[in-house]
Design a protein around this ligand. Sequence first.
Ligand code: B4P
Length: 338
Amino acid sequence: MLPTRILTKQTPQIATKSILRANCFGSFIKMLPPLSDTFPDLIRSKFSSAVDAGSLTFTPSTEIDVPAGDLTFRVRVAPNLAQKPVPTREETAAPKPKFNPFLNPEPDLFLCDLGDRYSLILNKFSIVPYHFLCITKEFEPQRAPLSEEDLSATWECLQANVESGSRLLAFYNCGELSGASQEHKHVQFIPVPHDLRLLPDVALSYGIPVSKDAIGQFPTSHPGVAFAHFVLPVPKNPSTDDLVMRFSSLLARTLTTLREHGQRTISFNFAMTKDWMFVAPRGQESYGGVSVNATGMVGLLLAKSEEQLDFIKNTGPLEVTARVGLPRITEDEQQHDY
Ligand code: B4P
């Protein structure tokens, strides 16, 4: 298990390596069957029927682009998210065991199974249409890194063309400071317009350093962004090994950054499209009341009020994300960990 062992003072590098092996190279996995060609039709019809039935709360939002150097942060403003259920005073006084919405997903939200181990369900509280989740059928902790099979499932989901003019963005909020609110393992997917360049797209436009390791490339970062983050391109038609090698390389640097900053808990954000993988370590869940998850770290922030929007505009999105991330460390400090 990842969290407590990894930051031990005695053998952090060894701990990192054994985790990568156990999670990414440890076992033979079955290839997952591809998603059906009718999946995009299924998600569209299920989304409409779940909204009509009142099983899915769709919260309208507006979008505002906030430039930051050669990046653009798209901020979604959704003041009505406040209507999302919050515990009553009685529930807070006598808390019940936390409800796990992913153990028996609501039938109206259920889309399909993916292999033996995953189900795809609609997000119950979405602010963009067709937001869906890939959940493990059995409980697995959200604080664990993605396994080989999780990466394979994520890749299968990314192939779906759920909305014309958009590509899918996968994201995984791992650990208590990552913006995650559910403890059962889930990777999320939202459609993002093709013409919107996210932070990893821009980072890759600066070029990728060549390395002599198995991937042939070092992870890159956007030179104008203060928080530590690591990006690698994903090749066309990658094998599961291609995905695992890239995730391992990004995760190793993330764990080193967390250790160098003395972080006692392991929290990071993962994001992926068909073109790239991105990982950023986290030091804080929110800044100035603005919660940030993986979408925020790649350029899609969420403001739950006009005040939060003003705060993001006045502070600057690069400052907000830098405050919830961790400062970058030098390549020298990275060198022993992978
Ligand atoms: P987490 O990984 O735990 O946390 P999160 O995405 O940050 O969402 P959070 O729950 O903190 O919501 P928030 O108000 O910040 O994801 C848990 C997921 O499970 C969420 O998607 C949640 O809605 C979903 N869920 C909870 N109960 C469920 C149930 N019974 N059945 C199915 N799904 C269930 O943000 C509100 C929403 O906006 C979230 O969905 C969030 O992912 C999304 N969002 C945040 N920033 C966004 C952005 N920039 N663009 C588009 N969507 C964004």
